[in-house]
Design a protein around this ligand. Sequence first.
Ligand code: SF4
Length: 323
Amino acid sequence: MNVDYNAEPLVQVKDLCKYFQVGRHATLKAVDGVTFNIWKGETVGLVGESGCGKSTCGRCLIRLYEPTSGQVLYDGKDITKLNKEEQKEFTRRVQMIFQNPYASLNPRMTVKEIVGEGLKLQGMPNNEIEAKVQELLETVGLNKDHMSRFPHEFSGGQRQRIGIARALSVDPEFIICDEPISALDVSIQAQVLNMLNRLQDELGLTYLFIAHDLSVVKYLSERVVVMYLGTIVETATSEELYANPMHPYTKALLSSIPEADPRRAKASQRIPIKGEIPSPINPKACCRFANRCEFATERCFNEIPQAREMSPGHIVACHLMEQ
Ligand code: SF4
């Protein structure tokens, strides 16, 4: 889909913070000063290890969490300042597909009830809901025989399709896909990714695609945002990021992607990331990657690196970029 980067972004995330108080003197800084845009019709991949704050960030964008500070603008409006009518419209326009298709569907509801719930809330008459649910199920590769069944009667891939049909039921324009394939068998993952791609083309959707693995977002995303411990370390177009990664963390993440071609696998060197991701509770004012970075200097342990635009749209937060 063609993306108009001269237009105002559909989603603007500005210095977003989401903190959780976890004790009298302990603050978990899940998202800490995150800034990025999403333009209409594009897919932005939000990538990082588990615990880096990417899902919390996604939940702030759909108002499942209220930000501690900062702003999320949707279509130019601050989503925390919508009136009742605007909030209702926002709830329709922005949907989420969850990571776990086993937990995200009510086991006591039939597929018709699950997919038709949003239609009912939108005021669609009962006699029209059945036909619409059938149409939605066909859109995601299921059929009308599935309508009267319960979630436990389906495989993981089929359940994720039901979750996608539910998200599509209210005719959204922006969908946050929170690791939608990570709980699925590898054999099913490509099918779901291809379907999301097709739906984007057919319905003109915009996606934020959250993943822990750069290889998953490579073929889907126009741009990629790499997060580490609540902060963004690098943002670039997919093409630029994969050809010319600059942040040591992005380089290490990329080097961990298995290479199918044995000659290239031999040539490419794996950069191990030592240690575990540290705790996001009361983090020090320094580079959050410092204790795992092979290039860390004293400065990295004492000063937060500022984001710098190294080339148009390629933004990196690392002291090394000053050299
Ligand atoms: Fe490594 Fe320092 Fe750059 Fe952080 S700022 S990524 S520690 S070189």
